[in-house]
Design a binder for this molecule. Structure first.
Ligand SMILES: Cc1cc2nc3c(=O)[nH]c(=O)nc-3n(C[C@H](O)[C@H](O)[C@H](O)COP(=O)(O)OP(=O)(O)OC[C@H]3O[C@@H](n4cnc5c(N)ncnc54)[C@H](O)[C@@H]3O)c2cc1C
Length: 440
């Protein structure tokens, strides 16, 4: 094989994709001293859906020393989430209700801008990035992935690596090569969305910066400010609703009109011309690792976007995959064991998130009453607030435990659950500690 274009020969790790999973993995691997080549098929910055973030992402960003860049970017600050029900009533989760120690707010982003910021940070840490480099084949020797073939500027290149990390999102090469993907039958929606200029948050009847999620009998609508004067609006619905409509634009406008609190927020804002449609996006993989390769982010799993956890799970799994891959390169004889541990963490996170989303759909867009009947609440409930913020692992959360106890939402084949939060392990441990009796 010819090696990378800078003539450096084989690298420690090839990463497919410069989205959040790939960028975070590249950063952590480069910081660990690994030679990393990130191959991204598009020019950056590139458009991407996925703008609303969860508060646990703020902690991942803090540990990467990215706070100054995030603050300088001027993204809208998100302190809560407003859920509007089909009858017009609404409730708000305040992220401060998570309790002590956790980040009580996060930001919402224009993804092209945010993803570019993440990958440039990885490059500054020492990762090599090649844009417009399309990976079209994996090299497999025996059962082991040992490199890739990619096309760049009309020339085909081949490169070997100690490990391949597939962060290629929905287009993941390993998912196709090893046929790992299965669909989630009860969630097959489509989304129609676009950006609006001229946002004036003084028209927002709720809280500045919040996401709004407006349910109606045929789906739900999101409102996510991505800059101080730009907002993203999307309508999620069964594919049949889009097929029955005269046009995607018409169905988007009609669904927005059903949610008066979002209509009010849009006063004076004007839609951009480009409208986006996403479909067929819910799937999972029981196999997320193999000899010489590991998946992170959407490569292995994707579920409906209602609770904004996709980017967080991509970043968290990117970090955890980087740790596992670095350890594998140090001790190749431990590959199976390290990959098994990573797969359990990956599956626990995505499984809990899938259950949360399934509960929303089961509630028939009446999440408030649904939670209340089960002893939880959208407002003032630290356990619900934590799950909404990214607490997808800890078994010290009764709401998470309830979600995981519902067999009708099982996807993955049985695996060993991870029960400790990988984002705030110290707080998780403290909250489990028995309260000492008074010493005097
Ligand atoms: C309708 C919709 C709304 C959403 N809303 C939200 C939201 O509000 N909040 C949220 O957190 N998440 C949301 N998501 C989910 C979010 O977009 C994803 O979970 C997130 O982008 C996953 O990051 P990733 O790094 O795994 O993959 P991606 O961000 O998709 O990155 C993968 C990268 O790999 C590159 N690539 C792919 N194949 C190749 C190849 N062969 N060679 C080289 N490069 C390749 C791609 O060009 C891409 O840049 C939404 C998703 C959908 C469908």
């Amino acid at each position: 094989m010819s090696g990378t274009e800078n003539g450096s020969g084989a690298v420690d790790v090839i990463i497919i994709g410069a989205g959040p999973a790939g960028a975070v993995a590249a950063y952590h691997l480069a910081r660990a001293g690994r030679s990393v080549l990130v191959l991204e098929r598009r020019s950056l910055p590139r458009f991407h859906v996925g703008e609303s973030q969860v508060p646990y992402t703020a902690e991942l960003v803090r540990e990467m020393d990215l706070w100054p860049a995030i603050l300088a970017a001027g993204y809208p600050v998100k302190r809560g989430a407003e859920f509007i029900f089909p009858n017009g009533d609404f409730r708000r989760t305040d992220f401060a209700d998570q309790g002590e120690g956790r980040q009580p707010a996060v930001f919402q982003v224009e993804r092209g801008h945010f993803d570019n910021l993440l990958i440039r940070h990885a490059v500054a840490a020492g990762a090599q990035l090649l844009e417009r480099a399309v990976v079209d084949e994996l090299f497999i020797e025996g059962e082991r992935v040992v490199g890739v073939r990619y096309e760049h500027a009309g020339v085909v290149h081949e490169v070997r690596a100690g490990h391949l990390l597939d962060a290629g999102g929905r287009a993941a090469k390993t998912a196709k090569t090893f046929r790992t993907r299965r669909s989630i039958p009860w969630l097959q929606n489509v989304a129609v969305f676009r950006h609006y200029d001229g946002l004036d948050e003084s028209a927002n009847p709720g809280h500045e910066g919040d996401i709004q999620v407006g349910g109606h009998p045929d789906g739900w609508v999101w409102a996510i400010p991505i800059w101080s004067d730009v907002i993203s609006i999307g309508a999620v619905m069964p594919a049949t609703a889009l097929r029955a409509a005269a046009s995607a634009e018409e169905v988007l406008d009609e669904h927005i009109s059903r949610v008066p609190r979002i209509v009010a927020r849009l006063a004076g804002a004007t839609p951009r011309r480009d409208l986006h449609v996403e479909s067929d996006y819910c799937y999972f993989s029981d196999v997320v690792t193999g000899p010489g390769w590991t998946m992170a982010g959407d490569a292995g799993h994707f579920i409906d976007p209602i609770f904004s956890g996709g980017t967080f799970l991509a970043m968290l799994s990117g970090r955890e995959a980087a740790r596992a891959v670095d350890a594998i390169l140090r001790g190749p004889e431990r590959e199976e064991e390290l990959q098994a541990a990573y797969a359990c963490l990956y599956k626990t996170g995505y499984d809990t998130y899938t259950r949360l989303i399934s509960a929303y759909y089961e509630s028939d867009y009446r999440l408030g009453a649904y939670l209340h009947q089960r002893g939880f609440s959208i407002e003032g409930d630290p356990h619900f607030a934590r799950i909404l913020s990214g607490d997808f692992w800890s078994d010290n959360n009764p709401f998470g435990e309830w979600l995981r106890a519902q067999p009708r939402w099982d996807t993955f084949a049985p695996y060993e659950r991870v029960t400790t939060c990988p984002v705030y392990p110290h707080i998780d441990a403290l909250e489990r500690a028995p309260v000492l009796p008074a010493l005097i």
